[in-house]
Design a protein around this ligand. Structure first.
Ligand SMILES: [Mg+2]
Length: 157
């Protein structure tokens, strides 16, 4: 659990981290360097879920040595709605979600904390507009979850 409150009284109790894979944790299907270590650190506080169309067919091998991750590969069609539903079934008020593509927009909107990342693959404007926070690099986003004072500094109004 990652718990923190903003000066305006809004409080967060986050128990799940739901992540897109390609463009978010991986580029061209390959996990970005350093991501694995950061997810290991976060797995002590958050249940980690990867939700992906798995365009390159690499997500299961990328996490073969990381059994604490729940991998959910989406069937084709209506992926925005499928991702949103996954957030709702997991318990949206306890979810921080991270993604980059257009099909992540409803997921970021629905999650208690929605984070967009840009990186090499770019991010969909629609998804950026639904995010609470935007990072240029997933490693900065994951590091910030490990340091809630940074979250408070960015989210306070
Ligand atoms: Mg993506």
């Amino acid at each position: 659990m990652i718990a923190f409150s903003l000066p305006n009284g809004k409080s967060y109790s986050l128990a799940h981290l739901v992540l897109d894979f390609n463009g978010t944790l991986a580029v061209d299907g390959q996990l970005l360097e350093g991501v694995n270590d950061l997810l290991h650190m976060l797995s002590g506080q958050l249940r980690i879920h990867i939700i992906t169309a798995d365009t390159f067919g690499t997500v299961r091998s990328a996490f073969a040595v990381f059994p604490d991750v729940t991998i959910h590969v989406l069937p084709p069609g209506e992926q925005s709605a499928q991702k949103q539903r996954y957030i709702e079934e997991t318990g949206a008020e306890q979810v921080v979600a991270i993604g980059n593509g257009c099909n992540d927009n409803l997921m970021l909107e629905r999650a208690q904390l929605g984070i967009a990342v840009i990186q090499a693959e770019g991010a969909a404007l629609r998804t950026l507009m639904k995010a609470d926070l935007v990072f240029t690099d997933i490693r900065d986003a994951l590091t910030t979850l490990l340091k809630p004072k940074r979250l408070i500094a960015s989210l306070r109004q």
